[in-house]
Write a protein that binds this ligand. Structure first.
Ligand code: GDP
Length: 298
């Protein structure tokens, strides 16, 4: 299960409060210390944890809560609400263009799961009645184009490529022309990644961005990398400007830190999560902050 360790710790801490008829300020402080430890162990950003704990404490020691009939439950409710707020409160939708095609640009480091996510998104939009086109702009990684073609084949979505000798900006532009000519109302551009963020990569992505003017730039990050994922998101947002984040590999043994910190640190919403290597509908979920909070708190 996602966030198993965190969920278990938070639930057992909060369970202690739940049973109590009366909760003192000391009980709250003690519980918050445990919540804080659990969040830090889950690799949530330190500053985010600190702000979170302060907010919950402030609300929980408010006279109405401690004197209410079910103080323990009230505190659990506050924790749930603040967790939801931390992750962005409401679901963040994709910006569809009123004039097709809607252009979505996937960016991220190598291995984050961009190409796989391209296939999942293409499959999801196709199931929603759209006519997506995948565009292969990673001309550097050997076999990247082939991989995208395989992914496209698996979900029965066309892949546009000009091989690996053309400039990615040209490929992206030609891909969009192709979409217009062939009635594709949704274009997913798969861009190059690198092992680390570097100026060349950012320069190329900025070039594609300014030429193509995508409606959505979505950063794909590997949730298993925890705080690193959040640092990557912060960096891409500063250098390129992103509209949202996609967290992949949430099926793995992730501690959950990225899901809980990325919104607070970057101000950008998580739009989708990826679960598993398959491309079917169960391997991608629209991100709902409230459902994720409930999943964590049980
Ligand atoms: P890219 O370099 O960013 O395009 O990354 P890929 O799409 O090639 O993915 C890198 C590796 O991660 C591949 O082996 C994928 O099968 C795997 N992968 C991608 N998404 C997920 C996911 O949500 N869960 C798991 N467990 N593996 C994933």
């Amino acid at each position: 299960m996602v966030f198993e360790g965190l969920a278990e710790k938070l639930q057992s801490t909060l369970q202690k409060l739940k049973g109590k008829g009366k909760v003192s300020e000391k009980d709250v402080t003690e519980a918050m210390r445990e919540v804080k430890m659990a969040l830090l162990e889950a690799d949530v950003n330190f500053k985010v944890v600190k702000d979170f704990i302060n907010k919950v404490k402030e609300r929980a020691v408010g006279a109405e809560v401690l004197e209410s009939l079910t103080p323990g439950q009230q505190i659990i409710k506050i924790v749930n609400e603040e967790l939801t707020a931390l992750m962005g409160t409401t679901q963040s939708k994709i910006n569809f263009s009123s004039k097709p095609p809607t252009i979505l640009m996937l960016v991220g480091l190598q291995g984050a799961g961009k190409t796989t996510m391209g296939g999942k998104l293409a499959n999801m939009f196709k199931k929603q009645g759209k006519r997506p086109l995948l565009v292969a702009c990673d001309i550097y990684r050997p076999a990247a184009i082939k991989q995208l073609q395989i992914v496209g084949g698996q979900v029965d979505v066309p892949v546009f490529t000009l091989g690996d000798k053309e400039n990615p900006v040209k490929i992206a532009n030609e891909g969009i022309k192709h979409a217009l000519d062939h009635g594709n109302d949704f274009v997913i551009i798969d861009t190059a990644g690198r092992l680390h963020i570097d100026d060349d990569l950012m320069g190329e992505l900025q070039n594609i961005k300014s030429n193509v003017k995508p409606h959505e730039i979505l950063l794909v990050v590997d949730a298993m990398t925890g705080q690193d994922a959040v640092n990557v998101a912060e960096h891409f947002n500063e250098k390129l400007g992103i509209d949202g984040v996609i967290l992949t590999k949430l099926d793995g043994d992730t501690r959950g830190g990225a899901a809980l910190s990325v919104r607070a640190v970057t101000g950008k919403p998580i739009k989708f999560v990826g679960l598993g290597e398959k491309l079917n509908e169960n391997s991608i979920e629209v991100f709902h902050p409230d459902r994720m909070a409930s999943r964590i708190l049980g």
